[in-house]
Write a protein of this length. Structure first.
Length: 692
């Protein structure tokens, strides 16, 4: 006996197809319930007209999907074979009047011999094919005939709403980093390649068929997962309780993914509308932390944190700051509420199955690397819209490739707008082009070689050795001494620590990436001065290939390379801090003042000569602003005093004439290995960066 539960929320755009799919099943349901969660459109009326007023619950707008299903489950009666509810035929829907005709009622034949009560869960933006329920029940019948009565959940194959051959899901899993894993390629078309019944970790709630007694035994959906990742959590708990979850690919449901693709607001999480990416991230972290075994919990937590940091950097590089903020907010929103995690773990108890039985249902090691690379590449070319952002999407790389229905014009406009966004954001493309040029010029460094020669000091093999050199009280330079170690060693050691302790890789990245990073910083820093993106990109390329920047790469001068990268940012922060960019002549902001102080501190650690130059320019500004000497004097002290204090006692040893230094060996004509980094720029005589 099957009870269908359909939840609607601002879904009038998709409901006619969804209701027609529900009421037009070849094997009809015995009872249908609807729940509308405070829709602002005609959703409630559409569901009421289709199912009847006595079968529709009207809930608060902030009600989540799982809570709405629970309310329907409590209201719907336990069916008996004698019950024969009437249903409406899909042919009775009038698209002109947007209502059901009076002659649209039908009395389906009720099959007998089904002692098990099932719940069929449907979204308002999913439309099942006419034989979807029959195929789901056929899988159940086949398993029961074989004596496998532990099947508790069966899910359909999900296809795109617009491109009806586009695969979205054929079962779903979750990686230790929180990635939603479908195992599908991006834009993969359905050619029957996945049409075999198999166990999976989870199936989507869009079309999920679940035993009613198991649903009640598990306590329904977790209230802390009001919208996303609730399916993975529920099915994971079903596995832990000793039941099986299967996917039935012959059952097909089209899904529009309205919430995750930001076609409607997500307002069931808090008092205000939330970003789908944030909700999905928080749900992923919560699902992993409450369901993972205690033995692997530290490793899972580490993977989540590292994965979040890497994706945040990728979003920032790809100019998607909103997604980066959502990553951090989603993570912190869960970790800062440990009482929820502890309560969730206590409620789940010990699993009844061995860990080896679940292991094949999770992504294999390294399987998510390819997806991460694809996402990073997509962000770097400016793909920031919610349609393709994997963080917000429910199906990872399975993105619909094109329209196939009435909304073709809508998607064509969206795809055209996406191309315009790519053309209007040349910054990431500029970085890729400059990085490619640098890699081609330094191609002999790619492999097992290490960067040496030129002005480079011999680098230790491990970052711990570099930290030791920085922290030691005695340094073996010349005859040895107790002078303070240059602070740039600590900065390089921090970068090497992030690169798994490889100091050679850290030095190589600093030099090879200095040219593309210099171009990117020049591009962004010049935004207030030059409105034309094309002109800014051209000027950034010219700046990146200045002899000073390319010569620093060829000569192995880390200090000059870092200066070339940070100089545009320092100039922009300095202008903002001084108030020179304000047409009304107002004071600069303290935020810009501290940004300038931070950038000046980092640059001074590599190239100390920058500090006296900033001192000279700051003194000149004080002369210009002598009428407001107090306010600008405080900013002046903050800007110039911060590097001295942070870099002390090393910075104090530079006074008064020790600023003419740089990270690395001193300039001179001593011998050096021949150059293998063919950057077309003049290098220091007798000095070169070589691969050895």
């Amino acid at each position: 006996m099957v009870t269908a539960v359909l939840v609607s929320h601002d879904g009038a755009r998709w409901l006619p197809d969804a209701l027609a799919g529900l009421l037009g099943q070849e094997r009809p349901v015995q009872y249908a319930m609807g729940a509308d969660t405070g829709s602002a459109d005609d959703s409630a009326q559409l569901v009421t007209d289709a199912l009847g007023a006595d079968r529709v619950l009207h809930l608060a707008r902030r009600t989540g999907f799982g809570q709405a299903v629970e309310e329907c489950g409590r209201t719907a009666p336990v069916l008996t074979p004698e019950q024969l509810p009437y249903l409406k035929r899909p042919s009775g829907w009038d698209p002109v009047t947007r209502s059901w005709r009076d002659d649209a009622y039908d009395l389906p034949e009720l099959p007998h011999g089904e002692p098990v009560q099932w719940l069929w869960l449907l979204h308002d933006d999913c439309a099942p094919e006419p034989d979807a329920l029959a195929q789901l029940l056929r899988v159940v019948d086949n398993e029961y005939e074989l004596g496998r009565e532990d099947v508790a959940v069966v899910g359909p194959k999900l296809r795109g709403w617009y491109d009806r051959r586009q695969l979205l899901e054929v079962g779903v899993s979750i990686a230790n980093s929180g990635r939603r894993w479908t195992g599908l390629d991006r834009r993969e078309q359905d050619q029957g390649q996945h049409d075999h019944v198999r166990p999976v970790l989870s199936v989507s709630t869009a079309g999920m068929l679940i035993r009613r007694d198991v649903f009640e035994q598990l306590g329904g959906f977790d209230r802390h997962l009001p919208l996303m990742r609730d399916d993975v959590d529920l099915c994971w708990r079903a596995h832990a309780a000793g039941y099986r979850v299967l996917v039935a690919p012959e059952a097909v449901v089209r899904h529009a993914e309205a919430a995750s693709r930001e076609r409607r607001t997500v307002d069931c999480v808090g008092r205000t509308a939330a970003s789908p990416h944030k909700v999905d991230k928080a749900g992923a972290v919560y699902t992993l932390l409450v369901n993972a075994r205690t033995a692997v919990l530290p490793w899972v937590l580490l993977r989540i944190v590292l994965g979040t940091l890497l994706r945040t950097v990728a979003y920032l590089v790809g100019k998607v700051p909103g997604q980066a903020v959502d990553e951090i907010r989603g993570l912190l929103g869960t970790l800062l509420r440990p009482e929820r995690i502890l309560a969730g773990r206590r409620g789940r108890g010990a699993p009844r199955i061995d860990k080896d039985e679940l292991r094949p249902l999770f992504p294999p090691p390294g399987a998510t690397v390819r997806m991460t690379v694809e996402q990073l590449a997509g962000n770097l070319v400016g793909r920031s819209d919610p349609e393709v952002a994997s963080g917000a999407g429910r199906h990872g790389g399975a993105v619909e490739s094109g329209p196939g229905g009435d909304d073709a014009d809508f998607l064509e406009i969206e795809q055209f707008a996406r191309l315009k966004r790519i053309a209007r954001k040349p910054g990431p493309v500029l970085f890729l082009v400059l990085l490619l040029v640098s890699l081609v010029a330094c191609r002999e460094l790619l492999g097992g070689g290490a960067l040496a020669g030129g002005a480079l000091l011999p680098a230790p093999a491990d970052s711990s050795d570099l930290w030791a050199r920085y922290l030691d009280a005695w340094h073996p330079v010349a005859a040895g001494g107790t002078s303070s170690a240059p602070p740039y060693l600590a900065l390089v050691a921090m970068l090497a620590s992030l690169l798994f302790g490889s100091t050679g890789l850290a030095v190589t990245l600093l030099l090879v990436c200095s040219v593309p990073l210099a171009g990117v910083t020049a591009y962004f820093a010049s935004r207030p001065l030059v409105e034309s993106r094309l002109l800014r990109a051209w000027a950034a390329v010219v700046y990146a290939f200045l002899p000073a920047a390319t010569g620093a790469l060829a000569g192995g001068r880390i200090g000059t390379a870092v200066l070339a990268v940070l100089l545009p940012l320092i100039a922009r922060a300095g202008i903002a801090a001084s108030g020179l960019a304000n047409p009304s002549g107002g004071r600069g902001s303290w935020r810009a003042t501290w940004a300038f102080a931070l950038l000046l501190t980092i640059t001074t650690a590599f190239t100390p000569i920058v500090w006296p130059v900033a001192l000279f320019l700051g003194a000149g500004l004080l002369v210009l602003r002598r009428t407001d000497i107090t306010a600008y004097g405080l900013r002046f002290l903050a800007q110039l005093g911060t590097p001295l204090l942070v870099l002390a006692p090393w910075s104090l040893s530079l006074l008064p004439f020790g600023f003419f230094q740089e990270a690395g060996l001193e300039y001179g004509p001593s011998a050096a290995p021949p150059s293998t980094c063919s950057v077309p720029a003049p290098a220091a005589p007798g000095r070169s960066a070589a691969s050895c």
